[in-house]
Design a protein around this ligand. Structure first.
Ligand SMILES: *Cc1c(COP(=O)(O)O)cnc(C)c1O
Ligand code: SF4
Length: 347
């Protein structure tokens, strides 16, 4: 298997004609501040003639990343406060996040963990740190599900992914493993049959949730990688971040969610963008998000509609972001229908 070349600095972007030499000089401070990375596979999917190319917007560094708003937080969803041992985030009793690696195949310019991920941020667990993290899960019988995230845990080799899966499967109270990954989009060729086999294990149910934000990211190769996982019996979910200039329209999201369903991926979450530093240019107002979401619910099959959520800054939990259809108080309730009207409901 050939590994995709990673564009790991601005010069790589220039070599691929995604930035001019002037751009590179202007963007040096962005490079100094945040991790940069793009696979050759995705770089080749950018159309330089398209001024609003969604892949370019998600992955080409932008000077506006240096603009810091007061409301933006280094740890927007409060991972830190819920980290009992390195690499574990335990916020809800029955499930934990386990972050075996701190690196990704690509660095999304809107990343909510941008202060934590990257080749220099020390997020990769050593084997003894991984043992300690697994020890924490073993010592907490209330944990039924382990969510592997990072970074991107699909950065592990098939061998290491298999060993991790087996170690988790051996913990009797853990019934479900959920991998969160951008790899099917970023470098689908890495999801080989061997890698898919490494994810399967007797005694535990394994889900894979794919981070994808635009139908343009669903290439033929990505569809094939998804099919390899679905054919192996792995249930597939998706997570999408609502992003200004990328997917802030019902048309764009309807095309994405419809295509995911056709590829056996059940859209799971539509995330309102987190207040990560230097991401103000991607922000959408909650009002706009709700209007887009209402339009989506009306046009898509129910199985194609994800839940629209916002992470409460500081890490309390996620909050439902959709407008409620139930209005009024007990005794005087009404239900808002697709006709836009409130219909009295008197049970
Ligand atoms: C989102 C999240 C989870 C998973 O929540 P689900 O609603 O089950 O997908 C778990 N832990 C943390 C810290 C989270 O932010
Ligand atoms: S893949 Fe996820 S963790 Fe990695 S840069 Fe993108 S949003 Fe951040």
């Amino acid at each position: 298997m050939t590994r995709s070349v990673i564009l790991s600095d601005l010069d790589g972007y220039q070599r691929h004609e995604l930035l001019s030499s002037d751009d590179v000089e202007t963007l040096r401070p962005v490079e100094a501040r945040y991790a940069i990375g793009l696979t050759e596979f995705l770089a080749n999917r950018i159309d330089p003639a398209d001024e609003v190319d969604p892949i370019a917007r998600m992955f080409i560094p932008d000077l506006r990343e240096l603009d810091r708003r007061e409301t933006e937080l280094n740890d927007p969803i409060g991972d830190e406060q819920h980290t009992p041992v390195k690499g574990v985030v335990h916020r809800y009793p029955n499930r934990v996040l386990l972050k075996p690696v701190g690196v990704c195949p690509v660095y999304c310019r809107f990343c909510f963990r941008r202060e934590m991920v990257g080749p220099e941020n020390g997020g990769n667990l050593s084997s003894s740190e991984l043992e300690t993290a697994l020890g924490y899960v073993r010592a907490h019988p209330e944990v039924k599900e382990v969510i592997l995230t990072g970074g991107d845990p699909f950065m592990l080799s098939a061998k290491r992914a298999k060993s991790l899966t087996q170690k988790i499967a051996e913990i009797p109270h853990v019934k479900v493993i959920r991998w969160h990954t951008r790899m099917p989009v970023a470098d689908p060729g890495r999801i080989t049959q061997d890698f898919v086999e490494a994810l399967r294990c007797e005694g535990v149910t394994v889900y894979v949730s794919v981070h994808i934000n635009h139908a343009r990211e669903l290439s033929e190769e990505t569809a094939q990688a998804l099919a390899r996982m679905a054919d192996a019996g792995l249930p597939l979910l998706s997570q999408t971040v609502l992003l200004r200039g990328v997917n802030d329209s019902a048309d764009v999201l309807a095309a994405l969610f419809g295509a995911l369903i056709e590829n056996r991926v059940r859209p799971y979450y539509l995330h309102h963008p987190d207040l990560a530093p230097g991401t103000g240019h991607f922000q959408v107002s909650v009002d706009e998000g709700q209007a887009i979401y209402s339009a989506l619910r009306d046009r898509l099959s129910g199985i194609a509609v994800p839940q629209y959520v916002i992470d409460i800054p500081g890490g309390v939990s996620k909050a439902n972001a959709a407008r409620s259809d139930v209005e009024g108080k007990a005794g005087d309730l009404s239900l808002r229908g697709r006709d836009g009207r409130a219909h009295p409901y008197k049970p």
